[in-house]
Design a protein around this ligand. Structure first.
Ligand code: NI
Length: 164
């Protein structure tokens, strides 16, 4: 297990467009493992490679639905409906804000064996897919927040906002 440093807002790497992965290598497999370790260590449910300083189009997601998703070169090919809810990000620690996302998305990506697959996500998984794909294009959710960002410790419930 190896943890990598999560870059935070203000670090220019978070505003860079990541490059497509052309082939799977031992080094990239290690990166993916480290991304999961780093995400779990940070109690997050999603992480994009540029959040650990690597400009590759790779995201990992675990929204506790029993799957560990690895999306390489993901492309959102369909969206449906909308949902408005709280969102947070490991690169913007302790903060959350209201963001509207599609309720359902279909994404085409490659897995860690570079096999193409499609995944349809609804509700929070759809939110996580959109949030992570935005990271790969250098965008943070803070650009999309409706109203103000707030500190998660200031909310009455104190939970319910997971960092993706
Ligand atoms: Ni994020």
């Amino acid at each position: 297990m190896a943890l990598r440093t999560i870059r935070t807002e203000g670090d220019p790497v978070l505003n860079k467009v990541c490059k497509p992965v052309k082939e799977m290598t031992a080094r990239t497999r290690e990166l993916i493992e480290d991304m999961f370790d780093t995400m779990y260590d940070g109690m997050g449910v999603g992480l994009a490679a540029n959040q650990v300083g690597i400009l590759k189009r790779i995201v990992v997601i675990d929204v506790e639905d029993g799957n560990k998703y690895v999306l390489i070169n993901p492309e959102i090919i369909e969206t449906e409906g909308s949902q408005t809810g709280e969102e947070g990000c490991l690169s913007v620690p302790e903060m959350a804000g209201t963001v509207t996302r599609p309720q359902k998305v279909k994404v085409r990506a490659f897995d860690e064996n570079m096999q193409e697959f499609e995944l349809t996500g609804e509700d929070f998984l759809a939110r996580a897919i959109c949030h992570e794909c935005d990271h790969l294009d250098g965008r943070l959710y803070t650009e999309l927040v409706e109203g103000d960002l707030h500190n998660v410790h200031d909310t009455e419930s104190g939970d319910g906002e997971e960092e993706i």
